[in-house]
Every structure is written in structure tokens, then in C-alpha cells.
Design a protein around this ligand. Structure first.
Ligand code: ZN
Length: 225
């Protein structure tokens, strides 16, 4: 503090702001006007006013420019219950159980929707399509996908690429993987070269590995049009 004070006294106006730490204005401010006023009341008051104007009366910040790229992550998990249809990526998959959900329980599409919404900085799928709304009861998740894609275009973005991972113990997804990916491409209006789909088991551990649930992760990159 001693050095700050001596610097301040030696060069009261021009040097002080540049040599202080960000915290010092709050601790030194009460003392500064009185010190300065004893020396050059008018000039110092004017200088202080000018000096503080940008911080105190700053003009509203201009809107930041739209980002050239935006990244989003989606995650979803559903409980599997016997007797329900299993829909993944809009495709019906033969299995002895399916997803418990308000809509059709399509874990992959929900996850992709959330990734797109996340990239756009929007609320998640549960907020935009709440499960308390009877309109979405039993709804096909392709409805949510089309809405997310529409929001993406309205915001001025298009799909860069997408990478999704399904996690389930049963059934084996490989026979259906290309059909699922193809449907995903159609819903996204995207070339297959930018839509990747992986599937893995959960090593027979936890609910995922015990065929009691199914989950998916998605990362999406959007590009400014
Ligand atoms: Zn879901």
C-alpha cells in the first residue's frame, strides 16, 4: 500500500490507475478524492469523474457476434419395462421390453434433440416438450427432432457433424445400426458422412448392463450458415 500511495502522490492522475491491482480502487477510492482535492480540487475532481465514467456509466454492451460454431452435448436414459415397444432412432427393435416414457421413449432421438438444443443455448427437451403436456403422450419422437432442426435453422445454423453412442446390454444393435443411422440422417436432413452412431454394452453392470435401462450420449457441432 505504501508504494501505491507514493506512486499516487507522485503522479496522481495518469499513473495510479495503471499501477493498482484490480482490488485497490475499492480500498483506495475513499481516500483519493480528499488527497487530491487538497492539491487541485477542480482538476482532480474532473479527472476522477472522467477516469471513472467508463466503469460506472458504461454504455450497454453490444450484442456479441454470432459464433461460427456451436457445440452441444445430449444425454438420455430410460428404464426398460417388459411388454413395451423398444424404439431407437425411430426404428422399432424386437426385444422383450421397451422404454418407460411419456412419449415413445426413443432414447437416441431424445438425446440428439437435447444436443441440438444445448448447442443453441436453449432449454432442454423436458422443458420444451414437458411430460405433463397431454399433446406429447405417446408422441413419436420424430416430432421433437423436426422441431429441434427447425429451431437450429431459425437460429442461422446447420449441422456440422454428430456423434452418438447408444449404451445397452440387449439386444444387439448391429443388425439395425445402418437403418437407425439412415433414419437419423433423414430427420436431420444430413449427409450420412456427418452422422455417426456407435453402440456398446455396459459390461453387465448396473441397470444398463442388467437390461433394466438404456442410455445414449450425443455430441453435435453446428456451423453458422
Ligand atoms: Zn428420453
Amino acid at each position: 500500500m505504501a508504494s501505491a500511495s507514493s506512486l499516487f502522490l507522485a503522479s496522481p492522475i495518469s499513473t495510479a490507475p495503471r499501477t493498482r491491482t484490480p482490488a485497490t480502487p475499492f480500498t483506495l477510492s475513499p481516500a483519493r478524492p480528499s488527497l487530491r482535492l487538497r492539491q487541485q480540487p477542480t482538476a482532480v475532481a474532473a479527472a476522477l469523474q472522467t477516469e471513472h465514467q467508463p466503469a460506472v456509466a458504461a454504455a450497454p454492451k453490444p450484442k456479441p457476434p454470432a459464433l461460427p460454431f456451436r457445440v452441444g452435448h445430449g444425454f438420455d436414459l430410460h428404464r426398460l419395462e417388459p411388454g413395451l415397444p423398444l424404439i431407437i432412432g425411430g426404428i422399432s427393435i424386437p426385444h422383450d421390453r421397451g422404454c418407460e416414457a411419456h412419449s415413445d421413449g426413443d432414447v437416441l432421438l431424445h438425446c440428439v434433440v437435447d444436443a441440438i438444443l444445448g448447442a443453441l443455448g436453449l432449454p432442454d427437451i423436458g422443458q420444451i416438450f414437458p411430460d405433463t403436456d397431454p399433446r406429447w403422450k405417446g408422441a413419436e419422437s420424430s416430432v421433437f427432432m423436426r422441431e429441434a432442426v427447425k429451431l437450429m435453422h431459425q437460429a442461422g445454423y446447420e449441422l456440422g457433424n454428430i456423434d452418438a453412442t447408444l449404451i445397452l446390454q440387449k439386444p444387439k444393435i448391429s443388425p439395425f445400426k445402418e437403418t437407425i443411422r439412415s433414419n437419423l440422417c433423414d430427420l436431420l436432413g444430413a449427409d450420412p458422412s456427418v452422422v455417426n452412431l456407435k453402440a456398446k454394452t455396459h459390461e453387465k453392470v448396473d441397470s444398463l448392463g442388467e437390461n433394466r435401462s438404456i442410455a445414449a450420449h450425443t455430441v453435435v457441432l453446428l456451423m453458422r450458415k
